[in-house]
Design a binder for this molecule. Structure first.
Ligand SMILES: [Zn+2]
Length: 257
């Protein structure tokens, strides 16, 4: 059993290390906890230099943040609203399982679908075009994107609670999940509306039924919530999700380090 002063000492020495790996001797970096590819507003969602080390920042950026940026929904929003990435590049074309979407210079979105089976005539003379997202290894991508939301949550804990809280052992399991340790969890995905202006917000939620602490990313009409208390979705969450049009994506334990 550690005494109170020993606990405090260990919390203090931990807080000198990187928020993710806890190592104190790594080169520092500035952590953008929401990818800059989601728009200029993400530049404000940042932790001061040195809170996160450079190796963790670039490793996790490639491993998990890219998976989030490449979600079909995110790419569609970026294409429609011409959101530039950090290099100023915009999405010109999005491949579909049954065609492609081309975002032109003008305010024009060209949808090409293969075969007439994807077009239905509706009453009143309107046409319904079914666009089928192209997803490769979708389970793996969602698992990685969820880790990215969990990582964002840990950064928000740091912002609101400071290093003594965010570096404490209470978040070690979460740190492991962020790095790819097998964990059980879930991601809530709200009903998607691609035509909502891509306002960006990252927040901690404590007011959703069945979720003690959640990390929530809203990007226009995309709403993603991950539970920071790892474990499967309970029945209260499932009931709330069903009543409010949220999909529950279960994350089964699988190591992806
Ligand atoms: Zn690190």
């Amino acid at each position: 059993m550690l005494t109170e002063s020993q606990l405090l000492e260990s919390a203090l020495s931990r807080s000198e290390g990187c928020l993710y790996c806890l190592r104190p001797d790594q080169p520092p970096s500035i952590e953008h906890f929401v990818s800059l590819a989601l728009g200029p507003h993400a530049a404000e969602m940042v932790l001061p230099r040195g809170v996160v080390c450079e190796p963790c920042n670039s490793h996790l950026g490639r491993q998990i943040d890219e998976a989030l940026v490449h979600l079909f929904e995110v790419q569609l929003i970026r294409g429609i609203f011409k959101v530039p990435d950090r290099k100023g590049q915009m999405i010109e074309e999005l491949p579909l399982s049954n065609g492609r979407i081309v975002f032109t210079e003008e305010e024009l979105i060209k949808i090409e679908v293969f075969g007439t089976g994807h077009i239905q005539e509706k009453s009143g003379g309107s046409l319904l075009v079914n666009v089928i997202a192209k997803r490769r290894n979708s389970g793996d991508q969602l698992r990685r994107a969820t880790r990215s939301i969990l990582k964002m949550g840990l950064c928000l804990v740091y912002q609101s609670g400071g290093p003594a809280v965010a570096h404490s052992a209470a978040y070690d399991e979460l740190r492991g999940a962020i790095f790819g340790d097998a964990y059980e969890g879930y991601l809530l995905i709200g009903e998607f509306d691609p035509l909502q202006w891509p306002n960006l917000s990252a927040s901690l939620t404590g007011d959703l039924p069945g979720i003690g602490r959640g990390a929530r990313l809203r990007y226009g009409g995309l709403d993603l919530i991950a539970d920071l208390d790892l474990g499967p979705a309970n029945n209260v969450v499932r009931g709330w999700a069903q009543d409010n049009g949220y999909q529950v994506m279960d994350i089964s334990p699988k190591c992806t380090r």
